[in-house]
Design a protein around this ligand. Structure first.
Ligand SMILES: C[S@@+](CC[C@H](N)C(=O)[O-])C[C@H]1O[C@@H](n2cnc3c(N)ncnc32)[C@H](O)[C@@H]1O
Length: 291
C-alpha cells in the first residue's frame, strides 16, 4: 500500500496439527492478509493496534503466511494496515460515545475483530457484513455476542438493508473495501444508507486515482487475489458531489493519522515527509462524513 517498511523481532509460527482449512478466491482472499498483518503487529514489541484476536486466529488457520505471495508483501506494509485499523477504532469509539443507541454496519468486515476490540454498549446493534464464504469462516473463529449480527451478502446488494432497523443513528464503516467496489455501486450504497437512516456517519478509506493505478501494477495482494479495483477517490469533494446530504467531519491522509504517532521513529519521519509530498499525501485517505 505504501513504501513503509516493517521489521518484526518475532514471527508467527508455521501451522501445525488441526487447523481450519481456508480456501477463498477473489477479494475475500485479501482479508487473510489483513489478519496476518495484525497478528504480526500484536506480536511486536510496540504494537500499534495490539489485536490479540488476530494473533490467535492466525495460529488456528491452516495457512502458512510465510510462504504466501500475499503476505510476503505485507510484511513491508503492516504499519499502514495497523495505523488505519487503530484510527478507525478511535473514530468508531468517538461515534459510539455520542450515540449510545446506534446501528453499526461494519461492511467488508473480513475476519476483523473490531466488535470485540470496541466492545459496544447495550444500545448498539452491530452488523458485520461480508460475502457468504467469509461469514461462514468468521463463525468458525469468533463467538456470538448479544446484539451482534452477521450478514452474508454483497454489501452492494440493496436487499440486506431491508432487515436492518432504521430507528436510530447509523455508523457505516468500511475499511479496506471501497477500492474493491465499482464506483457506481459504492456511491449507490452510500446514498441508500443516507436516505434510509435518520442521521449517522460514514467512515471509509479510499485510494486516490494515482494510488489505484500503482496498486493495480505493483500490489501483489490485488494481483494474486484477482481483485478488480473500481473506485478511486482523490478527496472529499468527490464524495460531497456524489452523495447529497453529507458533510465532512474529517478527511485526512493516512500519513496524518493520529495513530501514525505510534510508529517507530524512522517510520514517523517517513510519514512526515510523505504528508508533505502531494502525490503521496493523497494515496490513502481516511474519511469521515456526517449526515
Ligand atoms: C482488504 S479486506 C478488509 C477486511 C477488513 N475490513 C479488515 O480491515 O481487516 C476486504 C474485505 O472486503 C470484502 N468485500 C469486498 N467486496 C465486497 C462486497 N461487494 N461485499 C461484501 N464484502 C466485500 C472482502 O470479502 C474482504 O473481506
Amino acid at each position: 500500500m505504501t513504501s513503509m517498511s516493517w521489521k518484526t523481532r518475532r514471527s508467527i509460527p508455521a501451522p501445525q496439527g488441526d487447523r481450519v482449512h481456508v480456501e477463498l478466491s477473489g477479494p475475500p482472499q485479501t482479508m487473510l492478509d489483513m489478519v496476518y498483518a495484525k497478528a504480526l503487529d500484536a506480536d511486536s514489541d510496540r504494537p500499534i493496534l495490539g489485536d490479540t484476536y488476530a494473533k490467535k486466529l492466525i495460529s488456528q488457520v491452516d495457512y502458512d503466511p510465510r510462504t504466501s505471495p500475499i503476505t510476503k508483501q505485507r510484511r513491508r506494509q503492516v504499519s499502514s494496515i495497523t495505523v488505519r485499523g487503530a484510527q478507525f477504532d478511535i473514530w468508531v469509539r468517538e461515534f459510539l460515545q455520542t450515540h449510545e443507541r446506534a446501528v453499526v454496519l461494519h461492511l467488508g468486515c473480513g475476519l476483523d475483530s473490531r466488535v470485540f476490540r470496541v466492545d459496544p454498549g447495550p444500545g448498539v446493534e452491530w452488523f458485520d457484513v461480508d460475502f457468504p464464504d467469509v461469514i461462514a469462516l468468521r463463525e468458525q473463529f469468533y463467538p456470538t455476542r448479544d446484539r451482534y449480527h452477521l450478514v452474508a451478502a454483497s454489501v452492494t446488494d440493496p436487499a440486506w438493508l431491508d432487515d436492518i432497523p432504521t430507528d436510530r443513528p447509523v455508523l457505516l464503516l468500511a475499511e479496506g473495501v471501497s477500492m474493491y467496489l465499482q464506483e457506481r455501486d459504492g456511491v449507490a450504497l452510500l446514498r441508500r444508507v443516507v436516505e434510509r437512516f435518520p442521521a449517522g456517519e460514514l467512515q471509509l478509506d479510499f485510494w486516490s486515482r494515482f494510488g489505484t493505478k500503482a496498486m493495480r501494477k505493483n500490489n501483489t495482494v490485488v494481483r494474486w487475489s484477482g481483485s478488480t479495483l473500481g473506485w478511486s477517490v482523490d478527496g472529499p469533494e468527490d464524495i460531497l458531489r456524489a452523495v447529497p446530504g453529507v458533510r465532512v467531519v474529517k478527511a485526512i491522509s493516512i500519513f496524518d493519522a493520529e495513530t501514525a504517532q505510534r510508529l517507530p521513529r524512522g517510520l514517523r519521519r517517513f510519514t512526515r515527509v510523505a504528508s508533505h509530498t502531494p502525490v503521496l499525501r493523497k494515496l490513502v485517505g481516511l474519511h469521515r462524513y456526517a449526515f
